[in-house]
Design a protein around this ligand. Structure first.
Ligand SMILES: NC(=O)c1ccc[n+]([C@@H]2O[C@H](COP(=O)([O-])OP(=O)(O)OC[C@H]3O[C@@H](n4cnc5c(N)ncnc54)[C@H](OP(=O)(O)O)[C@@H]3O)[C@@H](O)[C@H]2O)c1
Length: 257
C-alpha cells in the first residue's frame, strides 16, 4: 500500500490547489474555475499583492527569485499545517516565452530568467510541495504546464524549448521516485495546446528576423485556432478530477479526448 494512502481523511476534507501565475492567461482561468467549487481551497502564487481571493488566498512572489520562492513556500506551509486534505494538487502554470531571438542575439539575463521561471521554480516547488503535503493528503498530484515546444525545436525559442524539455524530464524523474517509494503521487508534464492568452500576443509581436515562424502564429490567431483559456482550464481540471492524468508522466491535453 502507498505509504501515505492510509492517512485518515477527515469528513468533508477539502481539496488543496496551489497554482502559480494566476494574474492572467491560463493561470487566471484555472484559479477562477478552481474557486467555483466550495470543496476546493486555493493558494495562488503570483506577482500580485497578498490578500484573500475567491476560494482562498494569494501570496505575492516573483518566481524568478528563488530565495523569495523559498520564503513564500514557508507561508504556504504555515497555512496548510495540521490540516487534512482529501487531495493536494500543485499546478506549476507560470511561464515566460522571452527571449524570442536566435541564441546569439538573445539577452543573457532573459535566458537566465526564462530557465528559472520555467524550470528551476517548478522543480523547487515540486520538492517543497512533496515535503509539505506528505502527512496531509492521501492523494497528491503535480501538474506541470509544459509545451509542445519542449518536444520539438522552434527556431528563436531556445530557452523556452530547453526549459520545457527539462520540465518534462524532471517530471518523469519525480514520477519514478514516487513510484519507487509506492507514494500515491501522480506527476504529469502536460502540453495544453495553443491558447488565446497574453503569451500568444508576445509571440505574435516578435519580428520575422527573431522568430521565423511568426506568420504561422499570426495566421492561427486570425483563423480562430487558439482555444479560450477557460476551455483549456476546464479540460485540465476535468481530466485531473477523473484521474486521467495518471500513468504517463508526459502528456498532451489534445490526446486525452
Ligand atoms: N498560450 C499558449 O499557447 C501556451 C501553449 C503551450 C504552453 N503554454 C504554457 O501555459 C502556461 C501559461 O501560459 P499563458 O499562455 O497563460 O501565459 P501568460 O498569458 O503570459 O501568463 C503567464 C503567467 O505566468 C506568470 N509569470 C510569469 N513570470 C512570472 C514570475 N517571474 N513570477 C510569477 N509569475 C510569473 C504571469 O504573471 P505576470 O502577470 O506577473 O507576468 C502570468 O500570470 C505557461 O507555462 C506556458 O508556457 C502556453
Amino acid at each position: 500500500m502507498a505509504d501515505n494512502a492510509h492517512l485518515p481523511v477527515a469528513p468533508h476534507a477539502m481539496n488543496l490547489y496551489i497554482v502559480t501565475g494566476t494574474t492572467k492567461g491560463l493561470g487566471e482561468a484555472l484559479a477562477a474555475r478552481i474557486s467555483l467549487d466550495q470543496d476546493n481551497e486555493l493558494i495562488a502564487l503570483a506577482r500580485a499583492p497578498d490578500g484573500p481571493i475567491r476560494g482562498g488566498a494569494r501570496f505575492e512572489v516573483d518566481l524568478a527569485d528563488t530565495a523569495a520562492l523559498d520564503k513564500v513556500f514557508d507561508r504556504v506551509e504555515e497555512r496548510i499545517r495540521g490540516k487534512g486534505y482529501a487531495k493536494a494538487v500543485l499546478i506549476n502554470n507560470a511561464g515566460v516565452v522571452a527571449p524570442v531571438a536566435p541564441l546569439e542575439r538573445a539577452d543573457a539575463g532573459e535566458i537566465e530568467r526564462n530557465l528559472v521561471v520555467n524550470l528551476v521554480a517548478p522543480m523547487l516547488l515540486m520538492g517543497r510541495f512533496l515535503r509539505a503535503t506528505e502527512a496531509g493528503a492521501p492523494l497528491r498530484r503535480i501538474i506541470n504546464i509544459s509545451s509542445g515546444a519542449g518536444r520539438r525545436p522552434i527556431s528563436g525559442w531556445s530557452a523556452y524549448c530547453a526549459a520545457k524539455a527539462g520540465l518534462d524530464m524532471a517530471t518523469r524523474v519525480v514520477a519514478l521516485e514516487a513510484q519507487a517509494r509506492s507514494l500515491r503521487v501522480e506527476a504529469v508534464s502536460l502540453a495544453p495546446g495553443v491558447i488565446d492568452t497574453p503569451m500568444q500576443g508576445t509571440v505574435r509581436s516578435a519580428s520575422a528576423q527573431d522568430f521565423a515562424d511568426v506568420e504561422r502564429f499570426r495566421r492561427m490567431k486570425d483563423e480562430g485556432a487558439l482555444r479560450p483559456a477557460m476551455d483549456v482550464a476546464e479540460d485540465i481540471l476535468r481530466a485531473e478530477s477523473a484521474g486521467k492524468l495518471a500513468g504517463d508522466a508526459v502528456l498532451d491535453l489534445r490526446d486525452l479526448g
